[in-house]
Design a protein around this ligand. Structure first.
Ligand code: 1GP
Length: 235
């Protein structure tokens, strides 16, 4: 998977939250992922039981060759069973634990893995309701009206040497990230852009790509209706 996430465009990650997913459904769910346009599988959640991530990732790897990337809410979700990890810094917030603290804690675990570590600037934008990320990290999202602040935050991530920017509206968001924000962030960035949260239709997915998203993350829409995999197929 080495850096493939950093090069190609129009990628789609299916997000699986170990906290909401029944491990016994892995084979049938992953068969659908394999037959879909998805290019990556992200695994993670804001609150996940210890060892649940490793159990789930190990099971997923039995059924797919797609890269499995950790999208961790906490240090306990690190497992060598995956291919890579988004090393997320929550740069929309000002909680030092999620800017650098958890990262220091993670190193002793990461040193004993072969995971590709991908430094990622994670920007939570306001989306109509309080998100789990907001609650767990005790940070405020940036208002979607503060476009300049979002754009400058994304560029600061690039200047800091991060390899990806992730614009996040939050899982199950009422409002996805505004297309104008995606456009403006993409215009200033020289690194790939991930967009996720509240995308639940083929039109919304295509609009996000057209606005400049290199990789879109979708979780809830697949959780709620596996027929959505079919609906996304290109004609
Ligand atoms: C959440 O961006 C992801 O971290 C996906 O959000 O569950 O709303 O698709 P959804």
């Amino acid at each position: 998977m080495k850096a493939s996430i950093l090069k190609e465009e129009k990628l789609l990650a299916v997000l699986i939250d170990p906290d909401k997913f029944l491990v016994e459904n892995t084979a049938s769910f992953i068969a659908k992922v394999n037959a879909s346009i998805a290019t990556h599988i992200f695994v993670g959640g804001s609150t996940v039981e210890v060892d649940a991530t490793e159990t789930l990732v190990t099971e997923i790897k039995k059924y797919t060759t797609l890269p499995v990337i950790l999208f961790p809410g906490d240090v306990t979700q690190i497992t060598n069973a995956a291919d890579a990890i988004l090393f997320l810094s929550l740069i929309s917030g000002r909680n030092p634990d999620y800017l650098i603290g958890k990262h220091v804690e993670a190193v002793s675990k990461l040193k004993s893995t072969n995971l590709e570590v991908i430094p990622t600037g994670y920007i939570l934008v306001e989306s109509g309701k309080e998100t789990a990320v907001q609650r767990v990290t005790n940070t405020q999202p940036i208002s979607q009206n503060e476009v300049d602040k979002i754009v400058d935050t994304a560029k600061a991530a690039e200047f800091l040497g991060m390899q990806l920017v992730y614009l996040e509206a939050g899982s199950g968001a009422v409002n996805a990230v505004d297309l104008n924000i995606i456009k403006q962030v993409k215009a200033i960035l020289n690194i790939p852009l991930i967009v996720g949260g509240g995308i639940r239709s083929k039109t919304a997915l295509q609009s996000a790509y057209q606005a400049g998203a290199d990789l879109v993350v979708i979780g809830t829409a697949f959780e709620q209706d596996e027929a959505f995999f079919e609906a996304l197929k290109t004609d």
